[in-house]
Design a binder for this molecule. Structure first.
Ligand SMILES: Cc1cc2nc3c(=O)[nH]c(=O)nc-3n(C[C@H](O)[C@H](O)[C@H](O)COP(=O)(O)OP(=O)(O)OC[C@H]3O[C@@H](n4cnc5c(N)ncnc54)[C@H](O)[C@@H]3O)c2cc1C
Length: 500
């Protein structure tokens, strides 16, 4: 049994941010995550570090929080934020009145917004629709959510924080009505681990009500599914937004060598049962194509969905539900933190840890806005320039990941899960979606004796199922051709069609 002060459940941006803040304030803690870091909404998001422009009209409080955090994250997270800048583009027929309201909203919140001509916008982003009427330039950025979580966790681990990934919390332990700990099941071995603590923080996003229920409490939430598509090209170097009331498919974000376009907003009940509908894929491509016409004939390599953990609302249009966050004191030793954005995760963590410090009667102030994220040089090991300079022993040709890099992650994390290698190196994230490199990575894990051949076959089957879920909605053209080749490799050469 492990004893600590604070138990954090959930390893998304919010949970990892709380772990970093607690570490910097010297509070012992343990974070438990059922998958890998960023397994929930964090890893399924657009990766837009909002300037706040998106919410300037509908949600000024969230807009101000986004802008302030945007300034902070650009400063402390230089290696996981790309300062792309963003454009809100007005297409023929888009309301001029909204343009005025938008500019007024930005001014009131303090977001720098510069109106530029269509000619200047086309100079900045040559792939833009030449028909655009004008654009408004804002300080949007692109942010890597996986790297963000790992960097936050690094600060925790450096200061003695205990971290368990692939451990699912199944029980909240109580004594005299107060939460005193948790039980979590190791997803690889099935073993149960017991952890005791004085305070439990429920940072499980869309799963927050399920965890609260284990403690006899409740978290009122509205769960809103959003879907995204990924292209195999970077069609823009700036974030592109549609200048209109927030709606489906109006944002395109560049990330490394690709672009993410979306999103949709559909209320759902079960965050574990997500299906990306073909109709959503059609909507996202056609809406993105209105801003960047190349979208209509560029290869889509994947579509996926995540769930926004929003505060309970009766609003019929999910786009209008507040992106603000809330800390709920269940008055039994457990706090839940829900709502918010990836962009505001640091602020959410700060407020959560302020509350914890007050309950411990301790006074050390928050420093997460001043101290740069630690380990950025080492953990940002996969920018393209760096990968191109080290082309020996390539395991993943699409993303230029080397054998040496894969071996380093296996040694460092002692992982027995190929997904953990993906999240840390980008292995399998390119056009073939792991078709050519996953069996190689599993082979390396075999060579290094971390898994047996039987385990790797089981893992490969699980991987292929998950992979197919993301590729299925984007199966046409080149992606379909490549998928057939990959299918022949796995079913024909590796005989994966045989039952276990
Ligand atoms: C499609 C989409 C696009 C978005 N785009 C953006 C964007 O561009 N910019 C932006 O700022 N925000 C964006 N958001 C919002 C943002 O992703 C979320 O607000 C944020 O990531 C929430 O982080 P979180 O840590 O609170 O929750 P999550 O990331 O969902 O983390 C919760 C974690 O809890 C874990 N967990 C659940 N149950 C258990 C259990 N029993 N035991 C242990 N662990 C458990 C989960 O595995 C998960 O990792 C987007 C959201 C969606 C869905």
């Amino acid at each position: 049994m492990i004893k600590t002060d604070v138990i954090i459940i959930g390893g998304g941006a919010t949970g990892c941010g709380i772990a970093r803040d607690l570490a910097l304030r010297g509070i012992p803690h343990c974070l438990v995550e059922k998958g890998d870091f960023a397994a929930g909404a964090t890893g399924a998001c657009h990766g837009l570090l909002h300037s706040g422009g998106r919410y300037a009209v509908t949600d000024p409080v969230a807009a101000r929080e986004c802008y302030e955090e945007n300034l902070i994250l650009r400063k402390i997270g230089r290696k996981c934020v790309e300062q792309t800048g963003g454009l809100f583009v007005r297409l023929p027929g888009d309301s001029k009145r909204f343009r005025e309201v938008f500019l007024r909203g930005c001014e009131e919140v303090g977001i720098p917004a510069e109106v530029i001509s269509s000619t200047r916008a086309l100079d900045l982003v040559p792939n833009l629709n030449p028909e655009i009427e004008e654009a408004i330039k804002v300080p949007d950025c692109s942010i890597d959510p996986f790297r963000l979580c790992m960097l936050n966790i690094r600060s925790s681990e450096l200061r003695g924080g205990i971290v368990y990934t692939r451990h699912k919390v199944t029980e909240i332990l109580k004594s005299h009505g107060r939460c005193i700990g948790i039980k979590a099941i190791d997803q690889s071995t099935g073993d149960t681990r017991e952890i005791r603590g004085n305070i439990i923080v429920n940072a499980t996003g869309a799963w927050a009500n399920m965890i609260a229920t284990l403690a006899g409490s409740e978290v009122p939430m509205t769960l809103v599914k959003g879907s995204l598509v990924i292209t195999n090209h970077r069609l823009t170097n700036m974030v592109i937004n549609r200048l209109r009331h927030p709606s489906d498919g109006d944002i395109i974000v560049p990330n490394e060598a690709v672009c993410l376009a979306g999103t949709t907003a559909l209320p759902i009940d079960d965050p574990d049962n997500l299906i990306t509908e073909s109709s959503e894929v059609d909507t996202m491509i056609s809406e993105a194509g209105k801003m960047i016409p190349h979208f209509n004939n560029t290869r889509i390599i994947r579509a996926f969905s995540g769930v926004r953990p929003l505060l309970k609302s009766k609003k019929a249009d999910s786009h209008e539900i507040s992106r603000g966050f809330q800390i709920i004191n269940h008055k039994n030793g457990m706090y839940s933190i829900v709502g918010g954005k990836l962009s505001t995760f640091r602020l959410m963590a700060e407020k959560m840890v302020d509350t914890i410090m007050a309950s411990f009667n301790l006074k050390k102030p928050c420093e997460t806005a001043e101290i740069p994220l630690e380990g950025q040089e080492e953990l940002s090991g996969y920018p393209l320039a760096k990968r191109l300079s080290n082309m020996k022993g390539i395991v993943c040709e699409c993303e230029l990941v080397t054998r040496q890099e894969v071996e380093r992650i296996i040694k460092q994390t002692a992982t027995r899960n190929v997904g953990d290698i993906q999240h840390r190196t980008r292995l399998g994230m390119g056009p073939c979606q792991g078709g050519f490199c996953t069996f190689r990575a599993l082979g390396i894990m075999n060579d290094m004796s971390v898994i047996s051949p039987e385990q790797s076959m089981k893992m490969l089957r699980g991987f292929l199922q998950r992979r197919y879920k993301g590729i299925r909605p984007a199966l046409w053209g080149d992606q379909l051709r490549e998928e057939q080749l990959v299918e022949y490799i796995y079913l024909g050469i590796l005989a994966m069609e045989k039952p276990e």
